[in-house]
Design a protein around this ligand. Structure first.
Ligand code: ADP
Length: 374
């Protein structure tokens, strides 16, 4: 295979002009150093936030120019801006059909083949959000829905490992990437494009652009539900992302002890701000299941999430115990829903998936009653 170099990429981009400034984007210092791995190229183009939407043709032209370099298999160009035009100010969303949403500069991302996009979120990292997202997507599939999985946790993409996938996505038409597939579902992750250890510094707008492209420029096919593993936390980046990805609903994952810290409430408020219904909460690491004797120990005050959900008038979707087998299967590339499909944990995830689906189809099209907190 022909080795692609950064120099070749930059040379190709030297032929792409900024129409307003009459010079090429490389000479203008707008292009970041590209990441090149096995023919897959990723780079960003820095633009003035006010020109974001107008710059889309230049972004496409840049991708096209690099795609012509011999040996290049895929190109991801993301637009970045030092300052997001509407940072921290969620745009009001009027009634919109399920699957509707807003892109970076107020454009709607059209996802005609996807009925519902569901985000899996958590107040902080390490609570099992990715494990839940993977098992939820597989459980939806096991329940007979056409499910897909998007790893939007670009700070720590874990889906390649959890879903037992390696290699790089390919493109058939030179425009859209084919998602990777395992256990019958399509999966996309920035982890396929960059090595897990590669340190990447993402700025807010770059994150949104990368996520938007991973949803829009991937050949997902016809899906009933696309499960999106969001980055942990409930800050600005997550908020803006929730605003731009066309979400039909969100599932919040929490451990019993985090509930005490009101992380779930923060998550709930975040989605409320962007008018996305919270489908419910999953309590993960709910209690400890002893692998030797099967004895159940409530290490973290099991049931906290159920109580909190009830208090906040939120759906409680179910609980998953802290069990070594869940860790081993998800870290070993075969999540428990497919690893032990008849086991109690798989059934618990399938029940959660069924409740989420019921909440989702009942929630469309975004007519959840307003919830008032005091
Ligand atoms: P997050 O996405 O919230 O950072 P992960 O899903 O990556 O969390 O989970 C963190 C670690 O905890 C992983 O090693 C995972 O396998 C493990 N884990 C998640 N849920 C459980 C569970 N219910 N029982 C045992 N281990 C779990």
């Amino acid at each position: 295979m022909t080795q692609v170099t950064k120099e070749q990429v930059m040379a190709a981009l030297g032929g792409v002009g900024d129409p307003d400034r009459g010079q090429d984007i490389v000479s203008l210092g707008m292009v970041s150093e590209p990441t090149v791995r096995d023919g897959h190229v990723l780079f960003s183009i820095e633009v003035d936030p006010r020109r974001g939407a107008a710059f889309e043709p230049v972004r496409s032209a840049a991708e096209l120019a690099v795609r012509k370099v011999p040996g290049v298999l895929s190109v991801t160009a993301v637009l970045t801006a030092e300052r997001a035009p509407d940072r921290g100010q969620p745009q009001p969303q009027g009634p919109s059909p399920v699957g509707g949403g807003r892109a970076a500069a107020g454009q709607r991302i059209e996802l005609p083949g996807i009925r519902h996009v569901v985000a899996v979120a958590s107040g902080k990292g390490g609570v099992g959000k990715s494990t839940t997202a993977a098992n939820l997507a597989l459980a939806l599939s096991a329940n007979g829905h056409r499910a897909g999985l998007l790893d939007a946790d670009i700070y720590g993409p874990s889906m390649p490992r959890m879903m037992g996938l390696s290699g790089k996505p390919t493109t058939r038409d030179g425009k859209t990437l084919e998602p990777m597939r395992n256990y019958g579902i399509p999966v996309m992750s920035i982890g396929f494009m960059i090595e897990e250890e590669t340190p990447m510094i993402w700025r807010g707008p770059m994150v949104q652009s990368a996520i938007t492209q991973m949803i829009r420029d991937v050949n997902w096919g016809e899906l009933d539900v696309l499960v999106v593993d969001l980055p942990p936390g409930t800050g600005d980046a997550q908020l803006t992302m929730a605003q731009q990805v066309p979400l039909s609903g969100a599932v919040i994952v929490s451990t019993p002890q985090d509930i005490a810290l009101l992380d779930a409430r923060k998550g709930l408020n975040m989605f409320r701000k962007v008018d996305v219904p919270v489908l419910g909460i999953v309590e993960n690491m709910s209690y400890f299941m002893c692998p030797n004797c099967g004895h159940q120990t409530d290490i973290f005050g099991h049931g906290g999430a159920r109580q909190e959900a009830a208090r906040l008038g939120m759906e409680f979707l179910g609980e998953i115990p802290l069990d070594i087998v869940i860790r081993e299967t998800s870290d070993g590339g075969q999540p428990i829903v497919v690893g032990e499909p008849e086991g109690p944990h798989a059934l618990a995830y399938r029940a959660i998936a069924a409740s989420a689906w019921a909440a989702l189809t009942g929630a469309q099209p975004r007519r959840a009653p307003p919830i008032v907190y005091v």
